[in-house]
Design a binder for this molecule. Structure first.
Ligand code: GLC
Ligand code: CA
Length: 568
């Protein structure tokens, strides 16, 4: 038997490895009853579209009962449906209809915190003697000299202190996110049991898995120590003390053992702070923890300087490290967009001069690596960032916090608006653009968040019949990945590593080899790879017309040009 790298590389097959996933932000996807808010019957009405596109797995952001402080990520009842979205009967119908079309459905699982309106927290809050007091993280304020300060100097991820004073008991509770999202105490066994029971309840209903929200935050540094504070800030960003903290894998082990492992489901964790060096611990198949994680490293490339364009070399370094770390051992979750970040074509492409080319080149670049690709609603039609004219145009709790904090610090309105607009989560939460009709076909009523004014130009109806549109291209990209097992299970190798414009790589398995070449800049580029024979007949996909050419190892690429060849 040969022990070539290819046979070592061979992965166990699984339905979620062959799959293409599509993320729905239910509030913005489709409104069925004219109240301006997307809902479950609206999703049902668009399932045929998703099936036509070629989607296998649908991930829906939280649809549980919630007062919507963070649009559903503040759950007040894990086993009920948010009234605005419909009923449990609607959900059951959705699950059945997804399955009837041969697709799968996964839900968002928020285990780090609940809403302050969740019955557990309401009870926990009644008194320090409550049997559920310990289900959340309660502490006395600091008493060193001046009474009453928060227990430590941690800053909330959404800005301001991570602690909220409960007047009645004089104690504080911890909230890493908004003050209406108290953190659950994962050191408390009865609390964990209650979560596991809830998770099994959904799995027994027949759903196909979960996306685990903020799961790298569930463990906090023992003793909740202060963060070093050399600059004397009121609160200090303290990620090392609540993100990917030692011991978090123990929590994950127990969770997986008590729930997912007993079902044929997929799990994908939102794992901020987990790097390639630990990737195998989180998703290595032998560890039997999660199937995939969303890592944040390529996002950090941008958030380090939101005014800068794409750092192609940095992107190759980051994605390459993940491809390498998990080769033969675990599975990647591939994504460029979600509901927490601006639109990719605005962020890393050129929505003005090269809208179509940059949307499709970025798609080609990430979609054909090793891992399960995720598409965020609207990404497949090249939706762009929107324009915010005032603070009233924002809905997101993070954005509103920023305004309050920056105003208190004396910053002027225009600067705050410009800064918050750069990274606002609301860019990706504007309603889905279905057609050129009123409210982009999303709703007959005024939508909860303004529609992007470019909807008459960018919408599904305008693209659906055109195989060369961004949508048509995504559909062909999905079909290509499904038709070529090499693109799913093959080995990844980077080409032209030093090139600062081009991201190119091969996927190979046995004697099958596919080359993916993308120019990720607005300038022409030249790709050359001595020894490679690119033949016109082997062209599998391209985002512009490619004239017939002789076999070659060198090609001139137009701005944002993308080509995929079969080669040998
Ligand atoms: C995750 C979600 C985000 C939410 C946060 C708190 O990061 O993706 O939307 O605000 O967790 O639940
Ligand atoms: Ca509605």
């Amino acid at each position: 038997m040969s022990t070539s790298p290819d046979s070592v590389q061979r992965f166990r097959h699984a339905w979620w490895k062959d799959a293409v996933a599509y993320q729905i932000y239910p509030r913005s996807f489709m409104d069925s009853n004219g109240d301006g808010i997307g809902d479950i019957p609206g999703i049902l009405a668009r399932l045929d579209y998703l099936q036509w596109l070629g989607v296998d797995v649908i991930w829906i952001c939280p649809i549980y009962r919630s007062p919507n402080d963070d649009n559903g990520y503040d759950v007040s009842d894990y086993q009920a449906i948010m009234a605005e979205f419909g009923t449990m009967a609607d959900f059951d119908r959705l699950l059945a209809e997804v399955h009837r079309r041969g697709m799968r459905l996964i839900l968002d699982l928020v285990l780090n915190h609940t809403s302050d309106e969740h019955a557990w927290f309401v009870e926990s809050r009644t008194s320090p003697e409550s049997p559920k007091r310990d289900w959340y993280i309660w502490r006395d304020g600091k008493t060193d000299g001046k009474a009453g300060g928060p227990p430590n100097n941690w800053e909330s991820i959404f800005g301001g202190p991570a602690w909220e004073l409960d007047e009645a008991s004089g104690q504080y509770f911890l909230h890493l996110f908004s003050r209406r999202q108290p953190d659950l105490n994962w050191e408390c066994a009865p609390m964990r049991e209650a979560l596991y029971g809830m998770v099994r309840w959904w799995l027994d209903k027949g759903i196909d898995g979960f996306r685990l929200d903020a799961v790298s935050h569930i463990r906090k540094a023992p003793g909740l120590p202060d963060m070093p504070n050399p600059r004397g800030l009121a609160q200090v960003p303290c990620f090392p003390l609540h993100m990917n903290v030692d011991g978090v894998l123990g929590h994950l082990d127990e969770l997986c053992r008590r729930t997912f492992r007993h079902y044929d489901v997929m799990t994908v964790g939102e794992a901020n702070g987990v790097g390639p060096a630990e990737a195998v611990e989180w998703v290595g198949e032998s560890r039997r923890r999660l199937d995939m994680i969303f890592q944040f490293e390529h996002l950090a490339l941008w958030s380090a300087n939101p005014r800068a364009g794409l750092d192609v070399a940095g992107l190759k370094r980051v994605f390459g490290a993940w491809q390498k770390a998990l080769a033969g051992q675990g599975w990647n979750a591939l994504f460029l967009e979600n509901h927490d970040i601006p639109r990719i074509v605005s962020k890393w492409g050129d929505p003005v001069h090269h809208w179509h080319a940059s949307a499709t080149a970025l798609a080609t670049m990430y979609f054909l690596m090793q891992g399960t690709p995720y598409i965020y609603q609207g990404q497949e039609i090249g939706m762009t960032n929107t324009v915010f004219e005032s603070v009233d145009d924002f809905n997101d709790v993070w954005a509103k916090n920023q305004f309050a904090l920056r105003r208190a610090a004396g910053d002027d309105e225009a600067t705050i608006l410009a800064d918050v607009s750069l990274t606002a989560r609301d860019h990706s939460r504007t309603p889905m653009q279905w057609d050129a009709g009123v409210n982009a076909g999303f709703s007959t009523a005024t939508p909860w968040l303004k529609v992007n004014p470019n909807y008459p130009r960018i919408n599904v109806a305008a693209q659906q019949d055109d195989p060369d549109s961004v949508l048509g291209y995504y559909r062909r990209l999905i079909a290509l990945r499904k038709a070529e097992p090499t693109l799913v299970y093959g080995r990844y190798a980077l080409l032209a590593p030093a090139d600062t414009q081009i991201y190119a790589y091969t996927r190979s398995e046995g004697d099958s080899r596919i080359v993916v070449i993308t120019n990720l800049t607005a300038r022409p580029a030249c790709f050359t790879q001595p020894g490679l024979s690119l033949c016109h007949a082997g062209l599998l996909l391209a985002n512009r017309t490619v004239a017939a050419h002789a076999d070659t190892d060198t090609i001139a690429l137009a701005p944002y040009e993308a080509r995929v060849y079969r080669t040998s």
